[in-house]
Structure formats: C-alpha cells, structure tokens
Ligand binder design. Structure first.
Ligand code: ATP
Ligand code: MG
Length: 429
C-alpha cells in the first residue's frame, strides 16, 4: 500500500544502496511504528535479503561490521550514524528450540525456548517471526510502500493494541524477553493488550527468570536511556514483571521514597524529551537512586558528607541493590556514584563553580541538582545561574549538555503525587 512517511534522507540512501546492489531492503520495527504514530523514531532498523557478508561487501569493511552470535547482524555506518542491518529470517525450526549454538540441548530450559535465530528466510517469513503485529510492518522508503504481512499491524497501531503474532503462549515461551517488550509498548504508548496476549502474559510471566541476563541488562540500559523509563516501570509493576526485573524497586513501590524516585525520573525523562539534556544512563541511575541513598543515610543528599561518614559506601550499596539482578556496566555505575557524591558539594558554602566544573561528573551532577530542584519546586533559574553549564566559563561556549563522562553521545502516571507531562519532540538516542 502506498504511504508517504517522513523518513530521513540517509536512511533512504542506505536502503537504495542495498536495492541498487540487487537486494530487497526495508525499514522495519520501531521506526515504522513511531512514524505511523507521528513520533520521531529514535533509530532505524533495516532488514534485507542480503546476508551479513553480502551487506558487508556492499558497504565495505570500513563502514560495515558483522556482530552478534544469537542473532548475527551488521552495523553499518552511514552519514555519521550507525544502523542495524539484519537479514530476513524465518522462525527457527522446532528442533532448534532450546538447543544452543553449540548444538547441545539445554534440559532445564522451557521446551520451546529459542537460543539461536539465524535461519535466513524471505521478507514475509521475517515478518511472521517478529514479536507483535505493530512491530512487523515493513516500509520501502524508495517506493513509499508500506507492507503489512500479518494484515493486522496497521489496524493495531491505529487502535493501540499489542497483539502477539501467532500463539502468544508459545511466542512468550520461545523468548520470555518478549513479555518485557510487550509491556514496554503498553507503558510507552499507552497501548492495551488483546485478550489472548494478556492472558498468555499473566500465565507465562515467571518464565522471565529464564531470559538471558545479558539481554535483560541490555533492556534495562535501553529503558534508562529512553525518555519513557518511568512509564515502562509503571507497566512492569502493574503487570507483575517488576518483581522479577527490579525487585528492590518493586518492594519499595508506593512508598514515599519510591514515589520521590519516580518523580525525579519522570522529571529527568521530560527534560530529555524536551531536549534540555541528553539521555545519559548513569544520570538516570543516579536520579532513581537518590531518594534511596537519602533514606539509607538518613540525611538529605545535600548534607551527605557532614552527616554520614559512610555515604560513599551507602551510595555504592544502593546502586548495587537497586539495579540487581541486572548487571550494569561498571563505568556507568561508577559515573552514577560520582554524580551522587557531588550532590553534597553543591550545598557546601565553600564550593566554587570553577572547582566543581573540573570534575568529570559536573555536567550530570548539575543536571541532577536541577532535576531535584524542579521536583521540589525550587528556583531552578537561580541555580542555573549559580552553577553554569559545562564550558560556559572556561570556553565561553554554548552548553550542549554534553560532557566528558565517557558515555556515548548520548503520561501515564496516574498515581504519582506530582507528574509533569511531556512537551516537545522525541529525543535522539
Ligand atoms: P525501539 O523503538 O525500542 O528500538 P523496536 O521495536 O525497534 O523498539 P528493537 O529491539 O530495535 O525494538 O527490535 C527491532 C524489531 O525486531 C522489533 O520491532 C521486532 O520486529 C523485532 N524483534 C526484536 N526483538 C524481538 C524478539 N525478541 N522476538 C521477535 N522479534 C523481535
Ligand atoms: Mg529499534
């Protein structure tokens, strides 16, 4: 079906390069979903008939790198951006379920769990092995052609329905991470489930324990770097997933400490969505952790060092507990620790902006200071003046919200005491 979608030029170029080399190629996944919902996609996933090696040959080794084991795909650098290009796949055969890449059967895993997903197929087969109808649309931006192989994707996007493709129980057993992905859609877009998918989710939820830890940690990173994290956590809690995913936050749910943490996180997400600050994962971690650190130390974060000699250990302990059982990258945890430690220095009468600005964590720490001041309805403008953005003094430059923290360049909240709804455009990833 002909459909004009506002796709970026470099994506059209990439697709047309693949098509010019003789390979079918489409935009797939979240980008189409977002474009149809009138939102700006955070990134573009590309799917093609070319094998990973063929994709690498088309773009050359300097621009294209094959990655992944369970699911091999190619990272293609084009127009200064990185794109994930995957080859059309078909659903793995039943024999390959619960069999690892080493060919060994894993007895303790659910019978139908998929451990390897590398059987190439056609575009249509590729659509059917995807998780939800709203994620299975293909778009050819060269011909402006929108293809809905399952026949339900466009309607489900219009009516906001999360519907598993095929038998929902089987699809969740094959890959329990799909349940988490389903709830992200519910939280992020305020979608609701079709009945069969919802029933299957309730029945299969405990299988999330069998999901590979590395995949869950990756999901947590994506949640923390998005601007919808508070909405994702709310959906996880409402459906009972949070007790498996982040049990410490689940246990604290509803307490004033957790409410405060979610308010801070919501404020951070609004600021990311508005483009005020970038989507740093370590800042998101620090933001969520701050009220728990205050609780642990029995002292507001601004007076930590005066009142709590063990604050450093408390900060590390809270971060470790809060994000368990997921394992966050060490450098993100260390960065979050520094951001929290610096909060106390903003309250010190002797602290000078010039000194604090020397710290690698100044930009994130300043942002956290502004976030908590905004949530407490304090004078944000005054603090912005008092604590200038990075580079404002040393280079006299414009603040772009970026710093040297070493990370990549970076609703529905009915029960909150305070909720700021978002304005403005979608954030860059
Ligand atoms: P986001 O906007 O968060 O990137 P997304 O839907 O694009 O959302 P990705 O992880 O980028 O999520 O996956 C791209 C596409 O790959 C999905 O839209 C879906 O079609 C397919 N996909 C991803 N994970 C799975 C899975 N576990 N099972 C089946 N299909 C999947
Ligand atoms: Mg995507």
């Amino acid at each position: 079906m002909k459909h004009e979608l506002p796709v970026e030029n470099r994506v059209i170029e990439l697709i047309s390069t693949l098509q010019g080399a003789g390979f079918e190629a489409y935009i797939v996944g979240g980008a189409i979903r977002d474009l149809l919902l009138g939102r700006r996609p955070k990134d573009y996933d590309i799917s093609t008939a070319a094998t990973p090696e063929e994709v690498r040959n088309v773009f050359g080794r300097r621009s294209a790198r094959i990655i992944g084991k369970r699911f091999r795909l190619v990272h293609v650098r084009h127009g200064g951006e990185l794109f994930e290009v995957s080859t059309f796949r078909r659903a793995p055969s039943p024999e390959s379920a619960a069999v690892g890449p080493d060919g060994r059967k894993h007895e303790e895993l659910p019978e139908h769990m998929i451990l390897s997903d590398n059987s190439f197929g056609t575009a249509e087969e590729d659509a059917w092995r995807r998780d939800f109808t709203v994620n299975a649309l293909f778009y050819d931006p060269v011909r402006s052609e929108l293809i809905d192989h399952t026949g339900q994707g466009i309607d489900d996007i219009r009516s906001g329905v999360v519907r598993a493709i095929g038998n929902p129980r089987l699809r969740f057993e094959e890959d329990p991470v799909r349940m988490l992905r389903a709830l992200k859609l519910v939280g992020q877009y305020d979608f609701s489930f079709d009945a069969a998918t919802e029933n299957a989710l309730f029945a299969m939820l405990p299988l999330i324990r069998h999901a590979a830890p590395s995949r869950l940690s990756l999901e947590l990173e994506k949640i923390l770097s998005s601007s919808y994290g508070d909405k994702h956590l709310l959906a996880f809690h409402d459906y009972g997933l949070l007790e498996y995913f982040l049990p410490e936050i689940d246990t604290a749910w509803g307490s004033p400490v957790c409410e405060y943490a979610l308010n801070l996180f919501n404020e951070r997400n609004c600021r990311v969505a508005e483009g005020i600050y970038r989507n740093s994962i370590s800042l998101a971690m620090a933001t969520l952790a701050l009220p728990f650190v205050e609780q642990q130390c029995g002292s507001p974060v601004g007076t930590l060092w005066k009142n709590s000699p063990d604050a450093r250990a408390a900060i590390a302990g809270v971060l470790d507990r809060l994000f368990r059982p997921q394992t966050m990258m060490n450098r993100m945890t260390l960065s979050a620790e520094r951001v929290l430690q610096l909060q106390a220095l903003f309250g010190e009468p002797k602290s000078r902006p010039e000194q604090l600005m020397e710290s690698r964590s100044y930009a994130h720490s300043r942002e956290l200071l502004l976030i908590r001041t905004a949530v407490q309805e304090g004078d944000v403008a005054e603090l912005e003046r008092l604590w200038p953005p990075v580079g404002a003094r040393r280079r006299g430059g414009r603040n772009d919200g970026r710093n040297a923290e070493g990370e990549g360049g970076g609703g529905r909240r009915p029960r909150r005491r305070r909720h700021r709804s978002r304005r403005g455009k979608e954030p860059e990833s």
